[in-house]
Design a protein around this ligand. Sequence first.
Ligand SMILES: Nc1ncnc2c1ncn2[C@@H]1O[C@H](COP(=O)(O)OP(=O)(O)OP(=O)(O)O)[C@@H](O)[C@H]1O
Ligand SMILES: [Mg+2]
Length: 310
Amino acid sequence: MKKICIVGSLNTDIIMQTKKFPTRGENTVGQNAVVLSGGKGGNAATAVCRLGKEPVLISSVGMDYYGDTMLTDLTESGIDVSYIKRTPLSHTGLTTIIIDESAERTMVVAPGANMQLTAEDIADHAHEIQQCGVLLVQLEVAEEAVIQAMKLAKESGLLVIIDPAPAEGITMQAIRYADILIPNEQETKHMTGIEVNSLDDALQAAEYFQLLGIEKSIIKMGHRGALVYTPSKWQFIEAVPVDAVDTVVGDTFSGALACSLAEGNDLFQAAWFATIVSALKVTRLGPRDGIPTMAEVEAFMKARNLQQPY
Ligand SMILES: Nc1ncnc2c1ncn2[C@@H]1O[C@H](COP(=O)(O)OP(=O)(O)OP(=O)(O)O)[C@@H](O)[C@H]1O
Ligand SMILES: [Mg+2]
């Protein structure tokens, strides 16, 4: 079974709930606080593990308390941490998230050690990368590392998926080596200028990506579903209707997509699987804790009578 390589971020999330979002300069007393190990790379690797596949997670943390905790948490989740660098040059990535009464999230990310991942670090793990079937990258780590990983993966015949988050980090340099681009509505708007409100808008955006040289894309449209686009065929995959309690789901979607592609399924089959896993995820709390296991996904499919349509 081919492994899945993930070059992505590790961030400690410091989440605070407050009734009213503070105005500039104001001090407010919060209602609740929690500190969680997060980051897009770590979350996607957790999804891969829970779905029964083995991730090769390449990332970087600081030599601080948060770095120690991060590695312990990843190890407890069954993730091999031997490809994670510890750098004395910066702190472990930190995200401060403030959630107000309307459930709106306001965030500040200090990427720290994530930006210390270098092209040489990637080259040091060339052998492990070459053993994988799929490479998944996002843009929360240093661009030189992302580009080096994508180049190496392309040369070695891996399928390369890029989740262009955060959208501000995207450059043509970075997407050139991708086989499959998986933006959400905001990232699509940022990259194409197209506001995605309908299937037609999504199709227009996918055609725009094709003109840029990215033939395959999945335009994720939240609770509506996703457009899966290839030059010869496209399909809109509707989301599975569920009672959502936590819609942070992007890394679960990309992890599940990578798992299915690594098994040799085509893009439509893989996106359908990712749609099912994502629906189950949004019914559970926690960006990482809420990610379902393969057994739970199979039970959900059975209970809902969901059968592979492609
Ligand atoms: N409320 C929901 N109910 C069911 N499925 C959902 C819901 N929200 C998202 N999904 C599924 O997850 C997929 C990805 O969601 P979304 O488009 O929000 O990605 P994202 O914006 O990258 O993730 P995030 O919002 O975590 O950044 C959707 O295409 C859909 O299949
Ligand atoms: Mg979203």
